[in-house]
Design a protein around this ligand. Structure first.
Ligand code: ADP
Ligand code: MG
Length: 565
C-alpha cells in the first residue's frame, strides 16, 4: 500500500470545500454522475472505433450504465459505472492533483469571503472533490478498460490518499469505476432514496445513460394494512439525448437542467439556441450563453465549451475547432449524422461537414444575438456586460461576419450614459457630420476630458469613447460602418472637415497671423514634433498633440513596439 500526499492546491481546495461551501452540498451527486457519464462516453467511443475494445464487449466491458446503491443503515452510497475506468497512474494524476489551470486560477481568485467564494466555485465546478462536502471517507475502486487489475484509492479528504491493488470481492469483474461514499453528518440527509431520486432527476435527467437506484422502498400493503419496506432497483433518469427531442416537448426547465448538467454551472444560462438542420448535412446543435463569462475566457489555454457527438455518440470535448475562438464562451453540443465516428482532432480542422456546421452555427448564434439585441434590450445588456470584448475580437478576426458583429458590439460615447450601438450613433449624426468620430488612447475620464473633443462638443457631434485597449486594434481594421467612415479625432486631419463658421479668407488671415508663433514653437521643440500647425479643432484649449493622419497612433506604436515591430 502506498500513502501519498495531495498536491498543495488539492489540499487548499479541500479545505475550502469543507469549511465554506455549504450552500449546495447536493451537487456532489451531479459531479460524480457527470464523471461517470464522461467515462461511459469515452469507452463507448473506443469500442466503436477500436477492434481491441470491441472484442472485450460482453466479457470485461459491460453494457453502459450507472448504478447507485444506497445503504440506509450504514449511511453509505455506492456509485458505480461501466465506463473507461482508471489505472494506478490515472488515479494518482486525476484524483490527487489539479491539472487544469482553470482550477488553479480559481484558487488564486478566492477572497476568503465564504459567500463570494461559493458563488465562484459554482461557476466553475469543483468536480470530484466536492464529494468531501458530504463524506468523511471515500473509497474508489477502478479498473481501466483493457487492463486486469482493480485499484483501490482511499481518502478522508484531509491530507492525502492511499493506493493499493484491490483483491477478492473488491476487485471489479468489468472495466469501470465504483465510488463508495461514507456520509458524514452533513451528508447523512442523502442516505435517503427519495432525496437521491429527486437530485438525480433535477441535475442528471438527460444524462444519456440509464441511472439505476437501489434502495429501501416503503410501500403500503392493502392486505396487512401496514407500510412495508422492500429493496428495489429502479431507473431514475429519462436517459435520452435531450437535444434530439423536439423543441415543442421541451420546457425551459429541461433546457436549464441540461445546461447545468453539462457545464457544472449552477446559475441559469442567459439564453440558448436549439437548431435541427436537415439540408445537405443533418445535424443538431444546442448552444448556451452562460450568465457569467467563464473564468478562463482570457487565457490562452481556455477550455472549449462544445461537445461533439456523432449520431448521439460522444466524440470529444474541449476542441477548439468547433467554433471560432471569439465564441469560446459558448457552451453546448453539436451532434452530426454525417461525420465518421473515428474523426480525429487533426481531421476536424479540414473537414467539410464540420466546416459547414461551424459556419452555419456562427451565423445562427450571431443572428439570434442580434434579435435579442433588438427585442430584449435588458437581457442584451446583461450579455454585453460579459461578452462585449470577445465580440470585438470577432470584428477583426471574422471577416465574413463583420457586419453582424459591428451591429452587436457596444461602445461608450459622449452622447449617452452607458453604451451605444453603432446604429444608434449613426442615427444621431448631425446633418453636417461626415464621419463617425472616435477617440482612443487612455482611460475613460482622460478621454472624456480631452481637449480634442472641444470642437465636437461645441457642435453637438457625438464621439465614441474607446477606452478598451482592444478598441484601437478593432478600428484599425474596420474603415466603415454601414456606409459611414470612421474617423479618429486623435489624427491631424480630423476636425478640419467640420464646418467652421469662419470664411476661407478669415481662416487664411488667422493662420498667417499665427505663423511666427508656430515657427517659434517648432524651433523650440525641434525633432520632437513633425509639424506645428494652426487648427480649427479646438474651442477652449490653446494647443493639442495629435498623430499624423497616415501614421499609427501613439498607442498603436506602443503596442507594435511591444510586439517587436
Ligand atoms: P473533470 O471531470 O472536470 O475533469 P473531476 O474532478 O470531476 O474533473 O475529475 C477529475 C478526473 O478524474 C476526470 O477528468 C477523469 O479523468 C477522472 N475521473 C473521475 N471520475 C471518473 C470515473 N468515474 N471514471 C473514469 N475517470 C474518472
Ligand atoms: Mg467532473
Amino acid at each position: 500500500m502506498s500513502k501519498q500526499q495531495f498536491q498543495t492546491e488539492v489540499s487548499q481546495l479541500l479545505q475550502l470545500i469543507v469549511h465554506s461551501l455549504y450552500s449546495h452540498p447536493e451537487i456532489f451527486l451531479r459531479e460524480l454522475i457527470s464523471n461517470s457519464s464522461d467515462a461511459l462516453d469515452k469507452l463507448r467511443h473506443l469500442t466503436l472505433v477500436d477492434e481491441k475494445y470491441k472484442a472485450l464487449i460482453g466479457t470485461s466491458i459491460a453494457a453502459p450504465r450507472i448504478d447507485l446503491d444506497l445503504n440506509e443503515a450504514r449511511k453509505t452510497l455506492t456509485l458505480s459505472d461501466t465506463g473507461i475506468g482508471m489505472n494506478e497512474e490515472d488515479l494518482v494524476s486525476h484524483l490527487g492533483t489539479i491539472a487544469r489551470s482553470g482550477t488553479r486560477n480559481f484558487l488564486a481568485q478566492l477572497s476568503g469571503d465564504a459567500k463570494k467564494d461559493s458563488n465562484l466555485i459554482g461557476q466553475f465546478g469543483v468536480g470530484f472533490y466536492s464529494v468531501f462536502m458530504v463524506a468523511d471517507k471515500v473509497e474508489v475502486f477502478s479498473r481501466k478498460a483493457g487492463e486486469d487489475k482493480t485499484w483501490k484509492w482511499t481518502s478522508d479528504g484531509k491530507t492525502g490518499f492511499e493506493l493499493e491493488e484491490a483483491s477478492g470481492a473488491e476487485a471489479r469483474s468489468t472495466a469501470g469505476t465504483t465510488v463508495l461514499i461514507h456520509f458524514n453528518e452533513e451528508g447523512a440527509q442523502y442516505a435517503n432514496g427519495w432525496r437521491l431520486q429527486e437530485i438525480v432527476k433535477k441535475y442528471s435527467n438527460h444524462i444519456a445513460f440509464p441511472i439505476f437506484l437501489t434502495y429501501e422502498k416503503s410501500e403500503w400493503n392493502e392486505e396487512t394494512k401496514t407500510s412495508e419496506k422492500t429493496r428495489v432497483t429502479e431507473q431514475v433518469n429519462a436517459a435520452s439525448a435531450m437535444w434530439q427531442r423536439p423543441k415543442s416537448e421541451l420546457t425551459d426547465e429541461d433546457y436549464k437542467e441540461f445546461y447545468k448538467s453539462i457545464t457544472g454551472d449552477w446559475e441559469d444560462p442567459l439564453f440558448w439556441f436549439h437548431t435541427r438542420a436537415e439540408g445537405t448535412y443533418e445535424y443538431t446543435t444546442l448552444f448556451y450563453i452562460p450568465a457569467k463569462a467563464p473564468m478562463d475566457l482570457y487565457q490562452a489555454d481556455y477550455k472549449g465549451g462544445i461537445k461533439l457527438y456523432v449520431k448521439r455518440v460522444f466524440i470529444m470535448d474541449d476542441s477548439k475547432e468547433l467554433l471560432p475562438q471569439y465564441l469560446r464562451f459558448v457552451r453546448g453540443i453539436i451532434d452530426s449524422e454525417d461525420l465518421p465516428l473515428n474523426v480525429s482532432r487533426e481531421i476536424l480542422q479540414q473537414n467539410k461537414v464540420l466546416n459547414t456546421i461551424k459556419t452555419a452555427s456562427v451565423k445562427k448564434i450571431l443572428s439570434e444575438l442580434k434579435s435579442i439585441a433588438t427585442n430584449d434590450k435588458e437581457k442584451y445588456a446583461q450579455f454585453i456586460a460579459e461578452y462585449n470584448r470577445p465580440l470585438k475580437e470577432g470584428v477583426y478576426g471574422d471577416f465574413a461576419n463583420r457586419d453582424t458583429l459591428l451591429d452587436l458590439v457596444r461602445f461608450k460615447s459622449t452622447s449617452v450614459d452607458g453604451l451605444t450601438s453603432l446604429a444608434d450613433a449613426k442615427a444621431r449624426m448631425q446633418p453636417e457630420q461626415k464621419a463617425l468620430y472616435y477617440i482612443t488612447g487612455g482611460s475613460e475620464s482622460m478621454l472624456r476630458n480631452s481637449p480634442l473633443l472641444e470642437i465636437y462638443k461645441k457642435k453637438g457631434i457625438e464621439v465614441l469613447i474607446l477606452d478598451d485597449d482592444i478598441d484601437e486594434i478593432v478600428f484599425s481594421t474596420v474603415p466603415q460602418y454601414d456606409g459611414v467612415d470612421f474617423k479618429s479625432v486623435n489624427k491631424s486631419g480630423a476636425g478640419e472637415d467640420l464646418k467652421d463658421e469662419s470664411t476661407p479668407e478669415e481662416t487664411a488671415e488667422k493662420t498667417e497671423a499665427l505663423k511666427p508663433l508656430l515657427e517659434k514653437i517648432k524651433a523650440t521643440l525641434g525633432e520632437a514634433v513633425k509639424e506645428v500647425r494652426a487648427s480649427a479643432r479646438l474651442a477652449e484649449s490653446p494647443s493639442v498633440i495629435v498623430s499624423d493622419e497616415d501614421e499609427p497612433s501613439a498607442r498603436m506604436r506602443q503596442m507594435m513596439q511591444a510586439m517587436g515591430q
